[in-house]
Write a protein that binds this ligand. Structure first.
Ligand code: HEM
Length: 392
């Protein structure tokens, strides 16, 4: 990434067919200019699906019309207001006791596993379950859901790999079946009578598009599909990365246990250096010049968020985790501008509560010896798939 930033900050990549944009200032400029750089391709599949896969998806009328992250039209502001109402700073602050309760229960489970087996995988237990439970409660979805978290997680994992991986053959079709089952279940959910307006389903039912029309089943299902994945998977990845880093850094875990206030600034630095969403996409709306490179209209861009957080033009000694650096919050890991992540404050709060409470309950936690940990490595997502720990 350093070489790209220095020598080819805007480079066409034959392998993906995308223009790689690696400098902080370029990525920031792109995200702040929605007229020239459209979000339309943000959640498109990166590869071309086989006919068999397309058939599987067509059977459930799978469609992700423009709603949130992929919406550059005038309907975006209305959709976004729904999210802001449910996830604003006050709502997040008010939900801290609820999150603490969810984390305490998850830690009981971790404790039982440690006692019974001697080891526990934090990635597939607490890091996965807490974001799910918190998001479902905050969006008022908990009572509407009639499937368990294992099923939701399997559907979400499959969707992520289908769209941001490059599965082939049977694997692609198998993932499409899971994504289709997820989508069919969501269309069923949004077709039922809506609960009160203070929930996501209620707000979607009451919502009107700029032309005064209510949302159709497809639009409502698309919002839920995106939200369940955006609200949970990214936070799970963030927590797994943070657990692993904190347990590997000499003295860090003990410090968290003794001085919980050190968690928050440290977590912000990890978000900068190791963002769960490593890249995000845009497409040029007209011919533009970026870092001296002329791009035609319709050029798909891969904004390298993980490179921006390590750009020495903005962050001194970017490879070092410096919890009190002056511009710690300047990173672009949550995006910036019109589409900036609506869940950023929630994710930050969850990181703080989860790490603080885990270190307080298990100050003697140790990472099990690992040769090379299995990593999730998709075009836009990177995180450890396993964080195996023991006590003592
Ligand atoms: C560490 C966890 C997370 C990271 C790193 C992250 C990152 C991002 C990024 C990079 C974007 C795209 C920004 C852009 O297009 O300019 C985004 C959009 C979004 N995120 Fe997150 N996110 C996280 C957690 C969450 C959570 C917990 C929620 C909700 C519960 C959420 C909801 C959204 C929504 C609704 C959007 C679309 C906003 C719009 O288009 O107006 N995210 N997020």
């Amino acid at each position: 990434m350093a070489a790209l930033r220095e020598h080819q900050p805007v480079k066409f990549d034959e392998n993906t067919g995308l223009w790689l944009v690696s400098r902080y200032e370029d990525v920031r400029a792109v995200l702040l200019d929605p007229e020239n750089f459209l979000p339309d391709n943000a959640i498109d599949a990166i590869g071309r699906f086989s006919v068999q896969t397309l058939r599987v998806l067509a059977r459930v009328k799978f469609d992700l019309p423009q709603t949130l992250a992929n919406n550059g039209s005038d309907s975006h502001a209305g959709y976004r207001r729904i999210m802001t109402r449910l996830l604003n700073a006050q709502a997040v602050a008010a939900s801290v006791p609820m999150v603490e309760k969810v984390v305490a229960e998850a830690l009981d489970d971790v404790g039982q596993r440690l006692a019974a087996d001697g080891v526990c995988d934090l990635a597939t237990t607490i890091a996965r379950d807490v974001p799910f439970r918190v998001m479902l409660r905050l969006l008022g979805l908990e009572s509407a859901i009639d499937v368990d978290i294992d099923t939701l997680a399997r559907w979400s994992d499959a969707s992520l790999e289908l769209f941001w991986g490059r599965p082939r053959g049977e694997r692609e079709v198998a993932l499409a079946r899971e994504a289709a089952a997820f989508y069919a279940w969501l269309t069923g959910l949004v077709s039922k009578p809506a609960p009160e307006a203070a929930t996501l389903l209620g707000a979607l039912a009451a919502h009107r598009l700029p032309d005064g029309e209510p949302l159709g089943v497809t639009q409502k299902a698309a919002v839920l599909y995106f939200m369940i994945i955006a609200g949970q998977m990214t936070t799970t990845q963030m927590l797994s990365t943070m657990y692993r880093r904190a347990l590997r850094e000499p003295g860090r875990w003990e410090r968290f246990a003794a001085e919980p206030a050190t968690v928050e600034p440290w977590a912000e630095e990890v978000l900068r250096r190791d963002p769960p969403i490593t890249t995000w996409r845009r497409v040029t709306g007209r011919p533009v010049t970026l870092s001296g490179v002329d791009l035609p209209a319709g050029a798909p861009l891969l904004l390298m968020l993980s490179s921006t957080g390590s750009d020495p033009a903005v962050f001194d000694h970017p490879e070092q985790i410096c919890p009190h650096r002056a511009n710690a919050r300047k990173h672009l890991s949550f995006g910036i501008g019109r589409h900036r992540c609506s869940g950023a404050e929630l994710a930050r709060m969850e990181a703080d509560v989860v790490l603080r409470m885990t270190a307080a309950r298990f100050p003697d936690l140790r990472l099990c010896a690992e040769s090379s940990p299995r990593m999730l490595a998709l075009l836009s997502f990177r995180a450890p798939l396993q964080v195996l720990v023991r006590r003592g």
